[in-house]
Design a protein around this ligand. Structure first.
Ligand code: ATP
Length: 461
């Protein structure tokens, strides 16, 4: 198939990251690898390496904490990826989950019609070569397969294109088992699959990805209020994570963009190196999904409000964020390059990932200045002491400056260096990634000092 393209001009991006730099750093340091690389790669799929899985897990943990631990009325769920195919008829995905597709008859490039300039579309002119474009066709994004040995219509099964439906069809189970009362929410993190026409830009848009969704069930009539409340909360969340707030903005869906189920929708967009793009959606999905499931399953999906003697189908406010897209956002947001005076004389450039310490794959690296004279053992002891509470790394090879650089590139916020003085007076050097400042700290105070540094962390650049 010909090359896919996505047209969205980069606007206002002045940061140091480029998609090439991020992709290459991600591979070099073991954040993300291309799937099936030895076979030439599988487009739309990526593998998360040792640092990548740590980063992804931490982003997920922060989100989960924010949603479930910090809200008394939000509980978790992990529903299966494979669901009864009627789910997707009821949800409208079989009929409506399509992207408009056009091909160039001359150069054979394929485009998402809503992502090429209007003038090209109306003139049916290829934005790449000027050749003639085909009419726009609808293309369903769901991956379809068969379950069981017979490949007939009765065995059709879909890979879920969103995690939300697993929440909707379990909402009554959750009310009954957990005695939830409206308003309440259900949070879920999991894989979703979409047969995307365009999968450029590294892990931004992939066919297999992960979502972090929270569905909030409210009384009809209170939905506008809750919609605004959740917009506020999701904005504050990114602020708490230390994301550059001038790289975030709201985008309200116009009438042409609104999904078939939505009454109102806002995206939080992030300024990626390739321009402003959606990071997360906050949607007022009304009572559409539950009403349709009621209709298709024949089961009553009404909420019974015993306190007020009322029954109704709840409205749903959804916050839907891409976990893997958040990984890309955090990588871009943290990426920095700076000119530094190395050892006081020669100018040097360092690449540094300024992750919030709560997100950094490695929190503290322990580096003995020398392997000999018991310094390695001293450093290993420190590592053992810190290991229970912090994610640690140990590196004893190469010049110390180079080892710091390696940790900067992995985004490790703290390095602990053990030298000869350590053996004499029990102090070590604590080095800060962002400022490169170094202070001497008694070994016994290290764990407490790190805890305090993490809690009071403020990004300086
Ligand atoms: P688009 O219009 O860009 O295709 P969407 O509006 O359909 O995306 P939603 O259905 O609202 O996206 O999905 C919610 C979130 O899931 C998005 O904000 C994004 O972070 C993530 N997401 C959606 N599709 C993909 C994908 N193909 N790859 C990675 N993340 C995705």
């Amino acid at each position: 198939m010909s090359e896919f393209n996505e047209y969205c001009p980069a606007e206002q991006y002045t940061g140091k990251a480029t998609m090439e730099k991020i992709t290459s750093l991600a591979k070099r340091r073991g954040f993300v690898f291309q799937s099936s690389e030895i076979y030439g790669g599988q487009s739309g799929a990526w593998d998360y390496g040792p640092l990548g899985i740590e980063l992804k897990n931490r982003i997920q943990t922060q989100w989960w904490k924010e949603m479930t631990m910090l809200h008394d009325n939000i509980v978790g769920l992990d529903a299966a990826i494979l669901m009864h195919p009627r789910t997707w008829e009821a949800s409208g995905h079989v009929e409506n989950f399509t992207d408009p597709l056009v091909d160039c008859k001359k150069c054979k490039s394929r485009f998402r019609a809503d992502m090429i300039p209007d003038e090209n579309l109306s003139a049916k002119k290829c934005p790449d070569c000027g050749g003639e474009l085909t009419d726009t066709r609808k293309f369903n994004l769901m991956f379809k397969s068969h379950i069981g040995p017979a490949e007939d219509t009765a065995s059709v099964i879909y890979l879920r294109p969103e995690t939300a439906q697993g929440i909707y069809i379990n909402y009554k189970n959750i009310i009954q088992s957990s005695r939830m009362k409206i308003p309440f929410g259900i949070a879920q993190v999991g894989k979703a699959f979409r047969n995307e026409i365009v999968t450029k830009n590294f892990i931004f848009r992939t066919c297999e990805f992960e979502q972090m969704e929270m569905q909030y069930f409210v009384k009809p009539g209170t939905d506008d209020e809750w919609f605004n409340e959740w917009r506020k909360q999701r904005w504050a969340y990114y602020q708490k994570l230390g994301v550059k707030m001038d790289h975030l903005r709201w985008h309200q869906h116009g009438p042409d963009e609104l999904a078939h189920y939505a009454k109102d929708a806002y995206d939080i967009q992030y300024l990626f190196p390739m321009g402003w793009r959606e990071l997360e959606g906050v949607h007022n999905r009304t009572d559409y999904d539950l009403s349709r499931h009621s209709q298709y399953s024949g089961k009553d999906m009404q909420y019974i409000d015993q306190d007020n003697n009322e029954r109704y189908i709840p409205y749903i406010i959804e916050t839907s964020a891409g976990l893997t897209r958040n990984v890309l956002m955090i990588l871009c947001d943290a990426y920095d390059e700076e000119q530094i005076a190395d050892k006081g004389n020669e100018d040097d450039m360092r690449t540094v990932l300024r992750f919030h310490p709560a997100l950094a794959p490695v929190t503290v690296a322990i580096l003995p200045l020398m392997k000999k004279d018991g310094l390695a053992e001293f450093a290993q002891d420190i590592r053992k002491e810190l290991q229970d509470d912090y994610s640690t790394d140990y590196d004893q090879s190469g010049a110390i400056g180079r080892r710091y650089r390696r940790q900067d590139e992995a985004g490790t916020p703290f390095c602990v260096t053990v030298d000869y003085q350590s053996k004499e007076d029990g102090t070590v050097t604590l080095r800060f990634r962002d400022s490169m400042e170094q202070v001497r700290v008694p070994k016994a105070e290290l764990a407490a000092r790190l805890r305090q540094e993490i809690k009071s962390y403020k990004r300086i650049k």
